[in-house]
Write a protein that binds this ligand. Structure first.
Ligand code: DC
Length: 228
């Protein structure tokens, strides 16, 4: 494929709908850069846990916000804090259990948004999260909103977590996922919601190949992508 249009693709949706996996596939297929915005919130959460701003079930918001000053988080595409690869460390259940309240803090959202906007301004990116199409890049040319049955999502996340060597149960994963969906959709700042001009992709019964076929049809029809 030559002359691939360099658009911004925003993928939002509920937890564990496969946004990152899909975004990764898209990046590989079209030579785009994949930006996983959730990874940035997770990195801030991990940093807060390590530095004691999150402890004993409590988040000291002021301390956490102060910790982000000068904090260097990068997506290469694995997630780094400074020169440390923290990609696996940000996927633990401990980080998952704090990341929603952390992401509801307005200053933390500003911190993440400014990183994302800088990285995405030139296009040729696929960005996934909760508010990319509504807040971070409301002018993104293509907005996708992903959904799937919550038990199917929990099973996917459970399998992934166990494979990564973390001990957990299906019920714990399902409860965490429902809790995060609830928090993410009802928070005051940039809640998770479908942008009016987003297209819905429900992948409960779809394979990765089905999803790519679905996307290619849209890219060919609406954005002039040419596929051999
Ligand atoms: O996609 P994820 O599960 O790794 O995201 C972790 C959390 O970060 C999620 O519970 C909500 C938050 N998040 C957000 O509020 N806005 C984004 N754009 C991305 C993630």
């Amino acid at each position: 494929m030559n002359n691939i249009p360099q658009i911004i693709i925003a993928i939002d949706g509920y937890s564990s709908t496969g946004k990152s996996s899909f975004a990764n596939m898209i990046a590989e297929e079209f030579g785009y850069i994949h930006l996983d915005s959730g990874a940035l919130y997770r990195a801030v959460t991990l940093h807060g846990l390590r530095k004691g701003a999150i402890a004993g079930g409590k988040i000291n918001e002021q301390e956490l916000v102060a910790l982000t000053e000068g904090l260097e988080v990068s997506l290469r595409p694995r997630t780094f804090i400074g020169e440390e690869d923290v990609e696996d460390l940000i996927r633990t259940m401990e980080v998952s259990s704090y990341v929603s309240p952390v992401s509801a803090i307005p200053e933390i959202r500003n911190f993440v948004d400014s990183i994302l906007r800088k990285l995405g301004e030139r296009g040729g990116v696929v960005m996934d999260g909760r508010d990319i199409g509504t807040t971070v890049f409301p002018n993104a040319q293509l907005k996708i909103f992903m959904e799937a049955d919550d038990e199917v999502r929990a099973l996917r996340r459970y399998t992934e977590t166990v494979k990564a060597g973390t001990e957990t149960t299906f019920d714990e994963v399902l409860a965490n996922l429902r809790d995060r969906d609830q928090r993410d959709s009802t928070r005051a700042v940039s809640p998770l919601r479908k942008a009016e001009d987003a297209v819905v992709l429900d992948n409960t019964y779809m394979t990765f190949e089905d999803q790519m076929e679905w996307l290619k049809e849209i890219l060919a029809k609406d954005f002039g992508f040419v596929f051999e």
